[in-house]
Design a protein around this ligand. Structure first.
Ligand code: MG
Length: 382
């Protein structure tokens, strides 16, 4: 097992759960990063004594530097700091759980520095596409999924036959808080309602993505990139209980599933200890107590983000970065109360249809597409 881990986004939901796993495994934390939450970051620095702490916000970084001047931890800020945390010489694994596109450069930097990457930042793979997967291949490092569905697929693929017998990936979706609701019923839903996820405890951005099913759209793209499977071979099934985390179907129609209680510490730990398994703080699955598992076809008409993401994936080029950028902006505007819930889907759809698609040659191209998409959304809302 690895001994030294760098955690990007340590004050978020995944970051905190990662530290819980790290405690049980007894690993050394060599870098911690946060966007703005220096109160929690200070606590974490005092407990884990990393050699580097990064705060994305520069003013907050200065504040932290002052607060922890009695420690040996170095403090950096901004993108430069995130990249330094990703490249830190002593880190064997970089767990990237920052939220959004901001995770792109650090992920590529980690790969170039020959670090294995545990990826909880799906936006990176959705927007960065081949630039990320090529960097991973070129440097011979592992890109280990932390997303529960992708971890499930990765687990189902262990011991897969080598004769290209994989037929289909089946992603499960909880359906979020608005499963079964009509467009009419969704017209005036509030941020508070959208934040009430039935099964998973997650950060605000992903919980809204889950309500709009954009999360599942992003996950289709993520799966295509992680497992090199074409869009038509990725299905989505709504599974309300979130017990089956995803499935793979082989050419003999044998379907293999991964099950467990919905707790992110299982996929986090598997990404850290892969290919080994260890005891986990997560409780056992009691199938008899659960009783029934249910499955439904997704409502593609009401939750337009699913098909928009499939379309963007098929378009190639920066279309997936456009879909992601438009969504990051729309998701934020919704949380700020500036647009309605259904506007999220319309804006993402509009961006994919109207912002010019092109083949990216560099990270700068991805960032440009991202900013064009955000610009489109702002323009429409103004
Ligand atoms: Mg997921």
């Amino acid at each position: 097992m690895i001994q030294n881990i760098s955690i990007l986004g340590s004050t978020g939901s995944i970051g905190k759960q990662t530290l819980d796993v790290v405690d049980k495994l007894g690993l050394r934390v060599c870098a911690l990063t946060a966007a703005v939450n220096i109160e929690l970051l200070e606590e974490q620095v005092r407990k884990y004594k990393p050699s580097l702490a990064v705060v994305f916000n520069e003013d907050k970084a200065l504040e932290l530097k002052d607060k922890i001047k009695d420690t040996d931890t170095r403090v950096l800020s901004g993108m430069e700091g995130l990249i330094a945390a990703a490249e830190l010489p002593e880190a064997e694994l970089v767990l990237n759980s920052v939220v959004g596109m901001v995770g792109l450069r650090p992920t590529i930097a980690a790969a170039e520095a020959k670090k294995n990457i545990a990826l909880a930042n799906k936006e990176t793979l959705v927007a960065g596409g081949d630039l990320v997967t090529d960097a991973v291949k070129r440097n011979g490092v592992k890109l280990l999924p932390v997303d529960s569905e992708h971890s499930a697929i990765f687990q189902c693929l262990q011991g897969a036959p080598t004769n290209k017998a994989l037929k289909k990936l089946i992603l499960t979706a909880s359906g979020g808080p608005f499963f079964g609701k009509s467009e009419e019923e969704l017209r005036d839903v509030t941020v508070e309602q959208a934040l009430r996820h039935p099964n998973w405890s997650m950060g605000a951005k992903i919980t809204i993505d889950s309500a709009s099913m954009m999360n599942k759209g992003l996950e289709i793209i993520e799966a295509a990139r992680l497992f090199d499977v074409s869009p038509e071979n990725i299905d989505v099934v709504v599974h309300r209980e979130s017990i089956i985390h995803s499935l793979v179907e082989y050419s003999d129609n044998s379907v293999i599933a991964q099950l467990g209680v919905p707790d992110m510490r299982v996929p986090i730990q598997y990404a850290i200890t892969y290919p080994e398994r260890y005891e986990s703080p997560v409780r056992e699955l009691d199938l008899a107590q659960i009783g029934n598992l249910s499955f439904f076809e997704p409502d593609y008409e009401t939750f337009v983000c699913l098909n928009v993401c499939k379309k963007a994936l098929a378009m190639d080029g920066v279309a997936t970065a456009i879909a992601n950028g438009a969504n990051e902006e729309a998701n934020l505007l919704f949380r700020q109360g500036k647009i309605k819930f259904l506007d999220i889907g319309s804006l993402v759809k509009g961006a994919v249809e109207n912002v010019d698609n092109f083949i990216p040659a560099s990270v700068e191209d991805i960032l440009r597409a991202d900013s064009l998409a955000r610009g489109y959304v702002k323009e429409q809302v103004r």
